[in-house]
Design a protein around this ligand. Structure first.
Ligand SMILES: Nc1ncnc2c1ncn2[C@@H]1O[C@H](COP(=O)(O)OP(=O)(O)OP(=O)(O)O)[C@@H](O)[C@H]1O
Ligand code: SF4
Ligand SMILES: [Mg+2]
Length: 328
């Protein structure tokens, strides 16, 4: 009998709650029962509006945060509550690229020192780590002669290359990339995306690619998860989610993405969402999207929809009482 190996990353019912401000307001449920699998070498996109919990999910997965509830398993091992000492060998395998390239780099350290850091933590000698740092600079398209410069001497795009080189220093298998191109100009975004795709092909990396730009996610991902107020509302194969979105929120997000063809842009229907997202400290009852949903009905105000498939074999799940394909 053969058994299926566990996915590289398995996340189940992940919940992250922060205390309310100065303990006076209600706790903030930034992530509320998130679950998905990620296979080796695969890219899953995580999209949603600002504040929906994308970065918090990423930080819990790389264990910069300890989950309040639920589990994160890496290669079949539950890492949710490991101590820093127990996590140390895993830091080699699981790395993160941060949202703002400049603020995530120590301004007083040289680039070689910044990229060496994860290797020094793992016990490499200074000389070994520096040699590897210079190789990595070349790999990500930086000039090795600039190894002794400090981050402020680099542009945003170059700083993000430094962040990527640092994340790759220990030859990880999983990289959580938190909005790796959001802070960059469009032309530089394409260069960084190309670089990340090439590195994935060459090194077999799996990416959790966090972004709010749906066009970038469409390009780089195999599957996509759409988050709203701490929960995944739709997840599945990219072609299905982009080609035939089921959830009203996914449909609204996609309807706001500009189309390259001006005629198609004029002809298409735009779905405007009502108001701003509610606070995660006071989520609405039932479906948390109901105050903004153009399709909301009575049941939506009282019963939270669960993530489910709408047809047998459908490679996507949706959390909605009235998904698009079931419209009468
Ligand atoms: N350390 C913290 N303490 C209290 N609240 C927090 C903390 N970190 C995040 N939050 C709150 O949790 C929610 C989710 O934040 P998070 O940064 O994960 O969102 P995001 O989807 O990454 O947003 P963005 O697109 O703006 O980066 C927000 O309401 C945020 O204010
Ligand atoms: S469950 Fe109801 S409110 Fe929620 S997304 Fe679906 S139709 Fe809208
Ligand atoms: Mg974020």
């Amino acid at each position: 009998m053969t058994t299926t190996p566990p996915p590289l990353l398995r996340v189940r019912d992940l919940t992250m709650t922060f205390p309310g401000r100065r303990g006076r307001s209600a706790p903030i449920r930034a992530v509320d029962g998130v679950g998905f699998d990620l296979a080796a070498g695969e890219t899953l996109g995580l999209v949603g509006e600002s504040g929906c919990g994308k970065s918090t999910t990423g930080r819990a997965i790389v264990r910069l945060l300890e989950p309040t509830a639920g589990s994160v398993s890496y290669d079949g091992r539950d890492i949710s509550h490991l101590s820093q000492r127990q996590l140390k060998p895993l830091r080699r395998d699981i790395q993160m690229v941060f949202q703002d390239p400049h603020s995530s780099l120590n301004p007083r350290q040289s680039v070689a020192r910044i990229i060496s850091d994860p290797l020094l933590v793992q016990g490499s000698s200074v000389a070994e780590a520096r040699k590897r740092a210079v190789e990595l600079m070349e790999l990500v398209g930086l000039i090795p002669e600039h190894a002794d410069r400090c981050p402020h001497e680099f542009s945003g795009g170059q700083a993000q290359r430094i962040g990527i080189a640092r994340a790759l220093a220990t030859s990880p298998r999983l990289v959580v990339a938190d909005e790796p191109v959001s802070a960059l100009d469009v032309s530089v975004q394409a260069q960084i995306v190309n670089l990340m795709e090439r590195l994935q092909r060459e090194l077999g990396l799996a990416y959790l690619f966090i972004a709010h730009d749906l066009s970038v996610v469409k390009r780089v991902c195999d599957r996509v998860a759409v988050m709203y107020l701490g929960r995944i509302v739709e997840i599945g194969d990219k072609e299905r989610v982009y080609g035939a979105p089921e959830h009203p929120y996914t449909r609204a997000l996609l309807s706001a993405v500009p189309l390259p063809d001006p005629a198609a842009e004029r002809a298409r229907e735009r779905i405007t969402l009502l108001g701003d997202p509610p606070s995660p400290a006071a989520p609405p009852p039932g479906c948390t999207f109901h105050p903004r949903c153009p399709k909301a009905q009575a049941i939506c105000r009282t019963e939270a929809p669960v993530l489910r498939t709408t047809a047998e074999g459908e490679p996507r799940q949706v959390a909605c009482h009235f998904p698009e394909s079931e419209n009468a």
